[in-house]
Write a protein that binds this ligand. Sequence first.
Ligand SMILES: [Fe+2]
Ligand SMILES: [Fe+2]
Length: 475
Amino acid sequence: MSTINYSEKIPNNVNLSEDRTLQRALEHWQPNYLQWWQDMGPEGSTNFDVYLRTAINVTPEGWANFGHVKMPDYRWGIFLAQQEEGRKVHFGENKGQAAWQDVPGEHRANLRRIIVTQGDTEPASVEQQRHLGLTAPSLYDMRNLFQINVEEGRHLWAMVYLLHKYFGRDGREEAEALLQRNSGNQDNPRILEAFNEKTPDWLSFYMFTYFTDRDGKFQLNALAESGFDPLSRTCRFMLTEEAHHMFVGESGVARTIQRTVDIMKQHGIEDPAEVRKHGVIDLPTIQRYLNFHFSVTVDLFGADQSSNAATFYSSGLKGRYEETKRDDDHLLKGNQYRILDVSNGAIVEREVPMLNSLNEVLRDDYIRDSIAGIGRWNRIIEKAGLAFRLQAPHKAFNRHIGTFAGTRVAPDGRVVSEAEWKASERSWLPSEEDRAYVASLMGRVVEPGKMANWIAAAVVGINPPPINFEDIRFN
Ligand SMILES: [Fe+2]
Ligand SMILES: [Fe+2]
């Protein structure tokens, strides 16, 4: 079961050929997917030979095989992590039951909703990133971009498989709709707001893959705990791919910072306007990009008080991050959790039932994880002997979902008036001018081993090819 069968039209390790109805349904969906890739995938890249890794088995080690591939020929397919013998539902009211191999009738609507919402984010990010190949700062970066794009495409396959196999006719309709909604489309947008934002430049791309792919990590971890075993297994395998996406983000921002502080030191300058004269991205602009991507991403976890979140948990559909490692009763009926609220113009803490706060629990776990990387970025600045420090904004800053949606909160957590917000917005979030400046630096660099001026060289290649490796052949 661990090896993926590549001799079939749709590579898989789920014995697809034994389920003719499902095979036919997926073979019908496949050309629509390829058409979507053609229309909405990486722009102008059809003929490139890209050095990509393809999963060949689903064991944690050695599952990836590298070689030059034209992206439309990438072998997207259906790969589930190996089944765990005797796996149980670990939480909620069905705790202790055998994990479900089929969808329990009473949870069908909720499960479908969870799968569609996750599935919708996967092609959305490919759409958001579709122009970035035109301005990649190096071949190394362009390869990373395309690797992420094909894997997000496979993540869509993962969710579409579940819809087709377990949800009958509505599943098939949902699978079609996943190809019809488009990021930023006025009439038929993607479901979640962060996935309708633009990813117009490479600093945005690195911030997105650091912060927003990390949302993916936490959502997938919560779904990997699911009592619905096929969902758990597919999410477990997706997580092995997610790690590389976040690495691209973290190292991309680190290299951007490295180049900036090198220039600052070399010329003995700190004033952002002076720094910009050297064609690198000043640290306050990096902070504003960070503020934007952090705040847009924390919104993805949903309302801080949510009866849906409680239902998903109590029914055993969606757990907490690392549910099985926690030593409470996994029912949470009497548990409390501290959430934030606004009272008399200030942010206060309030104790509420934990079951209703599970979105907030996941958000807080996410925030702890994302702050760690910011610390690593700061060490680069510190090593250069500069006083500037990057910081995660307060969790209530720039929120559009939940308790803080109608409240203006500064990055330091002060509730501010609309007038103060208006006056300060330009120093807290990227302005049109910041975005235009960053855009002005973007330009494609395709000579093997060369980097754009605004970013430092990558420290290691993948797999690991030498730094002057031909990651992509353009034909
Ligand atoms: Fe993904
Ligand atoms: Fe990802």
